[in-house]
Design a protein. Structure first.
Length: 500
C-alpha cells in the first residue's frame, strides 16, 4: 500500500482535503512509494491561523521555556539521527553517510538556537542626558514561513525554524514535495519535545501553497532556498506584499588551483566537492579553474579518483554516491554531458549512460568530467545540480579571478595554494559570499551566517548565525526618563533633552 503524507497543523496530522496528491519516488528503483497531499489555499490559511493563534502566547513566553524545549528537541534529534537519515535516503536517494551529515549540520543550528538567551540580549546606555536612559531590544515578527528545497530536506528547514521559533515567532514550513517525510518527522519530534500546538506547522504542495504564503497578510517574513529564478520570484512577490524576505538562489562555485598547490589535495577536494551527494547541493564545486601548466596533471588526478567512486542505492553501506532525485532531473543533467563536445569541451568521463544492475529503473547517472570547457558552454553557464565537473584553463591568477568574478553567481568559491599572500588577495578580491582557502566546501559553522552574493542571494540577510537572529526579529529603541524621588513638581519642557 502506498504511504500517504499529510499536513501538520496545530500540533497534529491533518488529512489533506484537496484530493490532489504528488508522487514521491524511491530514486534507486524509480517506484512511487508515497503520495503527498497538496494543500489548497484554505489549508494554507488554516496553518497560518494556527500559527497566529499560537503566537499570542508563544511570542511572550519566557526565554527559559523556549530554551528548555529546544534542548529537548536537540536530544530527540540526536537520538533519531538514523531514522531521519533513512527517510532522507528513501526519498532523496543520497547515501546514508551523506544523510547523517545533513542531520548533523542541522543539529548545529538547533544548538545555536538553544543559546538564544545570549543572541537576544539588548543594549543599554545610561545617562545619555540627565536621568535619561536608552535601551535597544529585539522582538519577534509573528508568523513566519519557510520554503525549502529537495536536496537537504532536513538540514535546510533546520537552518530556519529553530532560530525563528527560539526568537518567539511561530512557523509554517512548505518543504519540497519531492521528499516530504523528513519534515514531518521533525514536526513530530518537536511536538514530543513539548512545543505548544501551532508553533510549528507543515503544509505540503506546489505553487498554490507557495503563492498563498507569499500573499497571506498574516505572514510577516519568508525564507527560501532554491534556484535563482524562483528565489528572484519569491523576493519580488513577497517584498511587494510588504514582507521581509531572505531568498537564497543557485550557484556556480569555482575552485581556483594555483601552480604551487598540493595537486593531490586539490584533486581529493575537487572530487569530494563535485560528486558528494551526487552534486545536488548549492555549495558543490562545479568548476575547477586550473592556472598555468598544472591543468593536465590535475585533470589526470581527478579522473583517477573519480573512476573509483562506487555508485549504488543509498541504503547500501558500500555505496559512495546514490541516484538523482527524479528521472526528469537525471535526463536534464545527462544532456549537459551529451552536448558538451559540440560546445567545445573535452569529455574526459561520460556518465550519462550509467546504470546499476538490478536497479535499472533508478535515476542513475555516473561521474562526468569535462575539460577545457569554454565559458560559452551551457555546462559552464548553468547550475547543473548533478555529478558533472567542468575544468577551465587560464594562464594567470588575475585571469582566473576575472573569470570567477564575471559569473552571475556568487555563492561559494575556493582557492588551493601554499601561498598565504595569494590566498589573502583572493579572499578580499573574489566576489562571493563564502570563501574557502584550501577548503573546497566553505559552509560556515552555525554561529556564522550562510549566504552568497549577486544572483545567489536576494534580500539583505544571510541565513542562520547572527543574520538569522536579526532576520527573525525587529529592533526597538526605548528612551526612558524617571524623575528622581527627591525632585519636586516641575514645569513642562517641550525641548529636546540636554545632552551637553
Amino acid at each position: 500500500m502506498t504511504k500517504i503524507v499529510n499536513h501538520w497543523i496545530g500540533g497534529k496530522t491533518v488529512e489533506g482535503a484537496s484530493g490532489t496528491y504528488g508522487p514521491v519516488t524511491d530514486p534507486a528503483t524509480g517506484a512511487v512509494t508515497t503520495n503527498v497531499a497538496f494543500a489548497t489555499v484554505d489549508e494554507v490559511d488554516a496553518a497560518v491561523a494556527a500559527a497566529k493563534d499560537a503566537y499570542a502566547t508563544w511570542g511572550t513566553s519566557s526565554l527559559a521555556k523556549r530554551s528548555a524545549i529546544l534542548f529537548k528537541f536537540r536530544a530527540l534529534l540526536d537520538a533519531n539521527r538514523d531514522a531521519i537519515a533513512e527517510l532522507i535516503t528513501a526519498e532523496h536517494g543520497k547515501v546514508h553517510s551523506d544523510a547523517l551529515g545533513e542531520v548533523a549540520r542541522g543539529l548545529e543550528i538547533v544548538e545555536l538556537a538553544c543559546g538564544i538567551t545570549v543572541q537576544l540580549k539588548g543594549e543599554l546606555s545610561t545617562e545619555v542626558a540627565s536621568r535619561v536612559d536608552v535601551s535597544s531590544i529585539r522582538q519577534p515578527l509573528g508568523v513566519v514561513a519557510g520554503i525549502t528545497p529537495f536536496n537537504f530536506p532536513a538540514m535546510v528547514p533546520m537552518w530556519m525554524f529553530p532560530i525563528a521559533i527560539a526568537c518567539g515567532n511561530t512557523f509554517v514550513l512548505k518543504p519540497s514535495e519531492k521528499d516530504p517525510s523528513a519534515a514531518m518527522k521533525l514536526a513530530e519530534l518537536f511536538a514530543e519535545a513539548g512545543l505548544p500546538d501551532g508553533v510549528f506547522n507543515v503544509v505540503h504542495g506546489d505553487k498554490v501553497a507557495v503563492d498563498r504564503l507569499l500573499d497571506h497578510p498574516d505572514v510577516k517574513a519568508v525564507s527560501f532556498v532554491g534556484s535563482t529564478p524562483i528565489a528572484r520570484y519569491i523576493h519580488t512577490t513577497a517584498s511587494a506584499n510588504g514582507k521581509r524576505v531572505q531568498a537564497l538562489g543557485g550557484a556556480k562555485n569555482h575552485m581556483l588551483v594555483l601552480p604551487d598547490a598540493d595537486l593531490d589535495a586539490a584533486a581529493d577536494a575537487a572530487v569530494s566537492a563535485a560528486y558528494g551527494s551526487a552534486g545536488e547541493r548549492c555549495m558543490a564545486i562545479s568548476a575547477v579553474v586550473a592556472v598555468g601548466a598544472i591543468g593536465d596533471e590535475l585533470v589526470d588526478k581527478i579522473r583517477e579518483r573519480a573512476e573509483k567512486i562506487k555508485i549504488g542505492p543509498g541504503n547500501d553501506p558500500t555505496s559512495e554516491m546514490g541516484p538523482l532525485i527524479t528521472k526528469v532531473h537525471r535526463d536534464k543533467v545527462a544532456s549537459y554531458v551529451t552536448g558538451a563536445a559540440a560546445e567545445g569541451s573535452e569529455v574526459v568521463l561520460d556518465g550519462s549512460g550509467f546504470t546499476v544492475e538490478g536497479f535499472e529503473d533508478g535515476h542513475w547517472i555516473g561521474i562526468s568530467l569535462l575539460d577545457k570547457v569554454p565559458t560559452t558552454a551551457k555546462a559552464y553557464q548553468d547550475e547543473i545540480f548533478g555529478p558533472v565537473l567542468t575544468v577551465l584553463r587560464v594562464d594567470t591568477y588575475e585571469e582566473g579571478l576575472a573569470l570567477i568574478n564575471a559569473s552571475p553567481f556568487g555563492n561559494g568559491t575556493a582557492i588551493f595554494t601554499r601561498d598565504g599572500g595569494a590566498a589573502r588577495r583572493f579572499q578580499l578580491e573574489v566576489e562571493a559570499g563564502m570563501v574557502g582557502v584550501n577548503v573546497p566546501i566553505p559552509v560556515p559553522v552555525g554561529y556564522h551566517s550562510f549566504g552568497g552574493w549577486k544572483d545567489s542571494l536576494f534580500g539583505d540577510h544571510h541565513i542562520y548565525g547572527n543574520d538569522g537572529t536579526h532576520f527573525y526579529t525587529r529592533g526597538k529603541v526605548v528612551t526612558t526618563r524617571w524623575p528622581d524621588p527627591a525632585d519636586g513638581p516641575s514645569g513642562v519642557d517641550l525641548g529636546f533633552p540636554r545632552n551637553h
